[in-house]
Structures are given as C-alpha cells and as structure tokens.
Design a protein. Structure first.
Length: 227
C-alpha cells in the first residue's frame, strides 16, 4: 500500500510540475529573430513559397477551362509583395507611423513604406499571376491596407508586373471589422458579380477564412500575424 501511495504521489507531483517545465522551453526572442533571418537568407522561405504557388498554379490551370467566369483572389503583403526591407529595419516590430527614409536602418513607418511603392514582387506569385491571366482568369486583390494608400499600392503592383488586374479591394476608412470578416465580404462581392473564385491565396489564416472560394492556398509567413 505504501509503495502504491508513493507511486501515486510521484505521478501527481510529476503532473503538477510538467506544465511549468514545458514553459521554460519557449525559445528566446533573439534566437527566433536570428532564425527568421536565416530562413529568408538561406532561400528556404522562397522555396516554400514557390512550392505552394506551384500547387495553386496547377489547380488554376486545370480548373479555369471548366468555369464560365473563373477568378482568383490574391492577398498583397507577403503574398504578392514582399516587405522584407521594412520588416528588417523594424526588427520585426510594427511601426505604423513616421517616415521611412533611412533604409536599411530603421525605424521605418509602415504607412510611409507602403506609399513609397518600393516592395518587390514575390516571384512565384507574379509567375502564377501571369499564368492565370494567360488562361483568361480574372485576378482580384484584397488587402487590409487602408483605402487612403490606394495610389501607392496600385503604383507598386503595376510597377513590379501585376499590370492588368480586375479589382483591388482595400479597407475603407472607419472599417474595424476583423480581417477575416472584411475579406470574406469582399470575396462575396466578387461572387455576386458572377465570378467563380477558383483559388484564394494568402499568407494569413484570416486571408482565407469565411468561404466564397473553391480552394485556398496558404503561403508561409512566420514574420507576423494578422488575426
């Protein structure tokens, strides 16, 4: 009996201690940032994005001829355009306001960066965009960027090769809906025009939630989260 009781106590103590022990295994923030740099600089990030886009392209090229008005939806930031210089300058933090005049040094105000139209195209996404257009697929962009950044955003998209898209939905002033709610409502507007959204592609779960798309594709983005 004493042995059994001692064993029971040992099991209970082990159970109580386990959660605290697990918490100590949280990676150091500085180490995580170094891993993010390595993930991008090693080429692994680019390869992972390309792998997702290859799957999306295969689906789009197969499905497009089967649909009367096929369309795809693309997110912009870290799906179609890469904001790596801004992210590095801000050490992966979020600096919404202020100038962005001293790259590669920070701080770099996100609004100023986005209006400057300096983001580069994510090459596999641009290739998918061109392949979709070649199949007569309408391409729509839906972004959480605010409406007052339209000029800079359109300039950036067109400047890097996204030259002939059907629509660009941006968050109106005063719209505080969650990202998933806003984006799904914009997809519904596209469907209401008679389009079949055969693919919806983004880097956040909130880009893809809410329906109004036949198939979703998520590209990796370990750099930030939009809930």
């Amino acid at each position: 009996m004493m042995v059994k009781r001692a064993l029971a106590v040992l099991i209970l103590v082990s159970t109580l201690i386990a959660p605290a022990t697990a918490q100590t295994k949280i990676p150091n923030l500085g180490e995580l940032k170094l891993r993010l740099h390595e993930y991008k600089k090693s080429g692994a990030y680019d390869r992972d994005v390309a792998a997702v886009m290859a799957l999306a392209r295969k689906h789009i090229e197969r499905r497009a001829p089967q649909v009367a008005k096929p369309a795809i939806v693309l997110d912009i930031d870290e799906t179609s355009l890469l904001n790596w210089p801004e992210m590095v300058a801000n050490d992966f933090g979020y600096v919404p306001a202020g100038p962005c005049d001293n790259l590669p040094s920070g701080p770099c105000g996100v609004r100023a960066w986005e209006m400057s139209a300096r983001a580069e195209a994510i090459a596999p996404t641009l290739a998918l965009y061109k392949a979709a257009k070649a199949k007569n697929v309408a391409v729509f962009f839906i972004t959480g960027r605010p409406e007052n950044e339209r000029d800079g955003t359109e300039k950036n998209l067109r400047g890097v090769g996204y030259a002939d898209f059907q629509g660009l939905a941006m968050r109106p002033a005063g719209n505080t809906n969650p990202a998933a709610t806003f984006k799904s409502s914009e997809r519904k507007k596209i469907v209401d025009q008679g389009y079949a959204i055969i693919a919806n592609i983004g880097d956040q779960n909130s880009d893809l939630a809410g329906g109004y798309a036949e198939k979703t594709f998520k590209v990796p983005n370990p750099f930030y989260l939009v809930p």
